[in-house]
Design a protein. Structure first.
Length: 528
């Protein structure tokens, strides 16, 4: 029991009404909080009495017990192993999280990323001792430029939002260089990722919304009507968060350029078009690429991200330092502030007018190694098939479920990487949340829910290209079953999940009033 008096509800009785003494159900092990296992008055190891050495901490000496539970090594290992068994992971099954590509991470990538020449180096080593690592960064940079049809690339941004900031700072520097720093408005369509307006505001711009049309795409006429001398850029996600390709992308780019602005493209969904569409051909000026999505590296809790930014010829001179440059003899150098004029970019021969640095060093080496391994193992034709299979799988999901779940843009043509559904058509009292919780009982992590905001009760499913037809059929069957239960008014769905380690929580209350500090319950309560 925690300090709020709430006691986690134990698993339900098994078949026949039997309730186990331990709370376990066969291999589904009940696990209390670590504070309920350990004792703050004991430790898991024996430490010798410290010698009488004067403390040098002064006023920083701890004045009260640290309050951590003391566990033995077996207790500690069992606790965290049991908790890990309650996690859902891509290695357990299909991860339908729309808006966030979650695909299989090849073990070959992991093996190469752990080679000593990549895993054990330090960013302050002499350049001559890390030529292999710099060569990986340089070769990956060249691949990213070729795949996107762009002019240059900044490799140092650490993730998607960091890449967005890099692109917007490039745009800001370019505007100031031509004496148009007064342009402060960034136009962001409703179908863009939520980080886009946040990034623009963080970079000092004012954000204005552009509506979507009935097809779920950018209202091009509304965007063109808003263009003017105060507009710095448009930030557009393509494919967008409705799972649709922006057909008017080239027209939008041309209009923005004619009005004196720049085009930033959110590349989080590049997995749907890699090898098929080059953003540079669509007039994009800057686009971040989530290596941890498109090129299959650990994602979210599995490891750090990486968000290189490809840049047009107009923005390349303003990209951040450092970047790599390869000399005629094949040696790879790092272009820094002090030697920027000594090198030219791989695809840029003008003066370097960088806006500065994005990070202390050179980017995420492990992510670079994994991404390049993925690219080289697939080749150009394999990367093209990645996009084709991802789109095929998403359309298979969309068409297989549109008869039991509302698909608001099913009439807008094929979707791209993700299928979008809504809770329209469900009986009164049933919602997207009930569908998501019911899917947990079927053994799946729920899809993205209530996003994008342009669709009421949105359910966004991205199967990715790494799932087989058999895996898709099982998932489709599970989601169909839950949807049919809702349509039939199954009251049991309102209290799902029933088979998870914990039952449904009041998520609003948990978010607004989280209990972040452990407080041992009084003995009388603990004995209840």
């Amino acid at each position: 029991m925690n300090q709020s008096g709430w006691r986690p509800e134990r698993p339900q009785a098994g078949e026949g009404g039997a309730v186990t003494y331990t709370g376990n159900r066969a291999l589904m092990l009940e696990e209390p909080l670590i504070f309920e296992i350990g004792d703050e008055r004991t430790t898991g190891v024996d430490l010798a009495e410290r010698s009488a050495v004067p403390s040098r901490l002064g006023s920083l000496v701890r004045s009260r017990p640290i309050g951590l539970p003391g566990l033995s090594e077996p207790e500690t290992i069992r606790h965290y192993t049991r908790l890990s068994r309650q996690n859902y992971a891509i290695d357990l099954g299909l991860f339908p999280l729309g808006s966030c590509t979650m695909k299989h991470n090849p073990r070959l990538n992991e093996k190469l990323a752990r080679l000593p020449g990549f895993a054990d180096i330090h960013p302050l080593q002499p350049v001559d001792t890390v030529q292999g690592a710099l060569g990986v960064i340089n070769e990956l940079a060249v691949w990213l430029i070729k795949l996107t049809g762009m002019h240059g690339v900044a490799m140092s941004p650490k993730a998607g939002a960091h890449g967005e900031l890099c692109g917007m700072l490039c745009i800001k520097a370019a505007l100031e260089a031509r004496g148009e720093g007064h342009r402060k408005v960034v136009l962001v369509p409703e179908s863009a990722h939520g980080t886009n307006p946040a990034t623009a505001a963080f970079a000092g711009f004012t954000v204005e919304n552009i509506p979507a049309n009935a097809e779920g795409r950018v209202d091009t006429a509304a965007l063109e009507a808003r263009l003017g001398p105060d507009v710095a850029a448009v930030m557009i996600t393509n494919p967008n968060t409705c799972g649709l390709f922006e057909r008017d992308m080239k027209r939008i780019s041309d209009a923005v350029h004619a009005a004196g602005g720049y085009v930033y493209c959110d590349g989080a969904n590049f997995n749907a078009i890699v090898g098929k569409v080059r953003p540079g051909d669509l007039g994009i000026d800057a686009m971040h690429i989530n290596l941890h999505k498109t090129f299959s590296t650990p994602h979210g809790g599995g490891g750090p991200g990486s968000g290189p930014v490809v840049l047009s010829e107009a923005l390349s001179p303003f990209g951040p330092l450092p970047y790599t440059a390869r000399t005629d003899d094949g040696h790879v150098h790092l272009v820094e502030e002090g030697n920027a004029e000594a090198f030219s970019r791989e695809h840029f021969d003008g003066a370097v007018t960088s806006f500065g640095r994005m990070t202390a060093f050179h980017g995420q080496m492990g992510m670079f190694t994994r991404a390049l391994t993925y690219i080289l193992s697939h080749g150009a034709d394999g990367l093209r098939q990645v996009a084709e299979d991802a789109v095929l799988n998403a359309n298979y999901v969309l068409r297989s479920l549109e008869d039991v779940l509302d698909a608001p843009f099913a009439g807008s043509g094929p979707c791209m990487h993700e299928a979008l559904f809504s809770d329209d058509g469900l009986p009164e009292g049933f919602s997207t949340l009930d569908i998501a919780k019911g899917l947990i009982d079927e053994g799946y992590h729920p899809m993205t829910v209530y996003f994008p905001l342009v669709v009421h009760g949105a359910m966004l499913v991205e199967p990715t290209e790494t799932e087989s037809k058999a895996a898709l059929d099982q998932f489709i069957g599970a989601l169909r079953s839950v949807a049919e239960r809702a349509r039939a008014g199954d009251a049991g769905l309102k209290t799902a999940p029933h088979f998870a380690p914990r039952r449904r929580l009041d998520e609003t209350q948990a978010a607004r009033k989280p209990v972040l500090v452990w407080k041992e319950a009084p003995l009388a309560e603990a004995a209840e």
